[in-house]
Design a binder for this molecule. Structure first.
Ligand SMILES: NC(=O)c1ccc[n+]([C@@H]2O[C@H](COP(=O)([O-])OP(=O)(O)OC[C@H]3O[C@@H](n4cnc5c(N)ncnc54)[C@H](O)[C@@H]3O)[C@@H](O)[C@H]2O)c1
Length: 345
């Protein structure tokens, strides 16, 4: 945060959803200069109270309205299960709160656009928590490989526990909406271009008939074409972990160089083919950047937050298009017509 920003008034912060991700949000808020932790909300009163007492905040509640009505809360982190994001985020915007919103922004593009409209009407800021974007290694790729032509991305998990809400057809939507959105966002960011066409195969490969709805997808193998004619592959499943490439794996090629992101996006190896000096490679493990101060800066300076709402809308749209291609068995155009500017170009 800049010095002038810290001189300004303290921003009150509150959390809705006090589970695993919520605990991380509370830690970031506690570490952010100029932010005061005020309230913790969860439908489970016990875990809201646990976090309140750990951070010595003002109150714990099971009623999100209490947070929206608190005039001393300026920023709300939302870290609840996916199906509740849209209504909570819209209500927070209508109450004039800035938002640090977990992914997916919402489960449908229509709901993402509903949040965006509420946000614009209220004049508040919204930042998405796409974790890969905050990784030092992932950011190094964005700086060095500015025009990738071809890329490969993979999120391969060990066998999932289907009883968790993430795999519930309504509450979570399955792994495309959980981890697939991270990949969709990072690919669009690095390709720096809007996805225009998707061809995908998959469906129920690892859990046939076990997912509570025939629409649910456990595995997706997709190809994506971007407006700048670059192409990406996208592979997501819970078919078994790999100790060689880690759960997350990305590789980008720009015609001369490649960048491999691995070890849970902590490490990057760049390789260059130099006509004179031959192949050269460099491995980096730069630290991640702090998340909440980026939203605080955007609020104080009236600027676009580091991970803007357009990124959330686009990643949900891309995931919906991958699902549509799997269900139809046909390539699908990505319908960018309703999306607010600026999009990647
Ligand atoms: N960015 C990341 O890398 C990352 C990592 C993990 C989880 N997440 C995201 O964080 C969110 C939460 O995931 P999690 O792993 O913490 O799940 P979790 O189950 O551990 O926690 C979710 C909490 O939200 C509460 N909750 C659900 N609906 C609510 C509502 N309407 N009002 C108040 N509380 C409500 C639940 O009681 C639970 O305590 C999801 O959107 C998930 O995708 C993001």
């Amino acid at each position: 945060m800049t010095k002038s920003a810290t001189a300004e008034k303290t921003l009150g912060w509150a959390l809705i959803g006090c589970g695993g991700a919520g605990r991380a949000h509370a830690g970031w808020a506690a570490d952010t200069e100029g932010v005061e932790l005020r309230g913790f909300c969860d439908i489970d009163a016990g875990i809201a109270e646990q976090l309140r007492s750990k951070h010595r905040a003002e109150y714990a509640t099971t009623d999100a309205e209490r947070i929206f009505a608190d005039p001393d809360v300026n920023i709300v982190s939302i870290a609840t299960s996916h199906s509740s994001h849209a209504d909570l985020a819209v209500a927070a915007c209508q109450a004039g709160k800035h938002l640090f919103l977990e992914k997916p922004m919402a489960m449908t593009t229509a709901d993402c656009l509903r949040i965006h409209k509420a946000m614009q009407a209220a004049g508040v800021k919204l930042m998405l928590n796409f974790s890969i974007r905050f990784s030092g290694a992932a950011r190094a790729i964005r700086r060095r490989i500015t025009a990738p032509m071809v890329s490969h991305s993979q999120c391969m998990m060990s066998r999932a526990d289907l009883n968790r809400w993430r795999w519930h057809p309504v509450e979570g939507g399955g792994p495309l909406w959980d981890v697939g959105v991270h990949m969709a966002d990072y690919l669009c960011w690095i390709h720096n271009s809007a996805p225009v066409e998707v061809s995908a195969a998959g469906g129920q490969v690892t859990h046939p008939g076990e997912l509570g709805s025939p629409e649910m997808i456990d595995t997706a193998a997709a190809t994506i074409r971007f407006a700048n004619n670059s192409v990406a592959t996208f592979l997501m499943s819970d078919a078994g972990s790999s100790s060689v490439v880690s759960k997350w794996f990305f590789e980008f090629f720009d015609g001369h160089r490649s960048a491999v992101l691995y070890e849970h996006f902590r490490k990057v190896t760049f390789t260059t083919d130099d006509p004179q000096e031959g192949q050269q490679s460099e491995t980096l493990t730069p630290p991640p950047i702090d998340r909440l101060p980026l939203l605080v800066d955007a609020i104080r300076n009236g600027t676009e937050p580091y991970v803007p709402p357009q990124a959330g809308i686009l990643s949900t749209l891309l995931i919906e298009t991958i699902a549509a291609s799997i269900h139809s068995g046909r390539p699908q155009k990505v319908d960018l017509s309703a999306l607010p500017a600026p999009l990647p170009h």
